[in-house]
Design a protein around this ligand. Structure first.
Ligand code: IMP
Ligand code: MG
Length: 173
């Protein structure tokens, strides 16, 4: 049985989601915002974040990505498994992602979204793990920095387990 070490409890997560949502609401108050969530990991975060936005117009869509080319997650070639449907031309796009790790996924997605001529493309991540970064990419909004380890809970999985946990844990395999 793998053991789980608590990293962030649900109140700590909610407090930061609230603060970041307030910042986003202020930054995009005059814009036409489209949230693009990255499935599956970001769906819990996205649901909480969007309900805390104090904006008149927010559209929501999703992409699903996969990485190929090596055994573990977060390396190799990134490919779209399913894509968004909303017209993002001239709109402010905010990527909503669970974890920024090597940066390969985020770099791919920012570049891909920019080909649709949006007004802007920025990113909001629940967790920024900087130790394994391979490409120079950043998220403009970060809820939490975590130094190392594999995380589960609050939407994050290990082989489809643990997504349902309300807090975030280190998984010690
Ligand atoms: P990147 O391309 O290496 O930045 O990978 C980011 C993706 O890898 C995230 O969207 C997650 O799906 C996955 N990932 C990276 N680290 C973790 C983790 O600690 N727990 C769960 N998923 C992770
Ligand atoms: Mg992900």
């Amino acid at each position: 049985m793998p053991d789980l070490t608590p990293v962030l409890d649900k109140d700590a997560i909610a407090r930061r989601v609230d603060e970041v949502a307030r910042q986003i609401s202020s930054d995009y108050r005059d814009g036409d915002l489209v949230l693009i969530g990255v499935l599956k990991g970001a769906f819990v975060f996205m649901a909480d974040l969007m309900r805390r936005l104090d904006l008149d117009r927010v559209a929501v869509d999703f992409v699903r990505l996969a990485s190929y080319g090596c055994a573990s997650d977060s390396c190799g070639q990134i490919a779209l498994v399913s894509t968004f449907e909303i017209d993002i031309q001239g709109k402010d796009v905010l990527i909503v992602e669970d974890i920024l790790d090597t940066g390969l996924t985020m770099a791919f997605l920012k570049q891909h979204l920019n080909t649709f001529n949006p007004k802007s493309v920025k990113a909001c991540v629940l967790i920024d793990k900087q130790e394994r970064r391979k490409v120079d990419v950043r998220a403009e909004y970060v809820c939490h920095q975590v130094k190392e380890g594999f995380l589960v809970g609050y939407g994050l999985d290990y082989a489809e387990a643990y997504r349902h946990l309300p807090g975030i844990f280190h998984l010690n395999i």
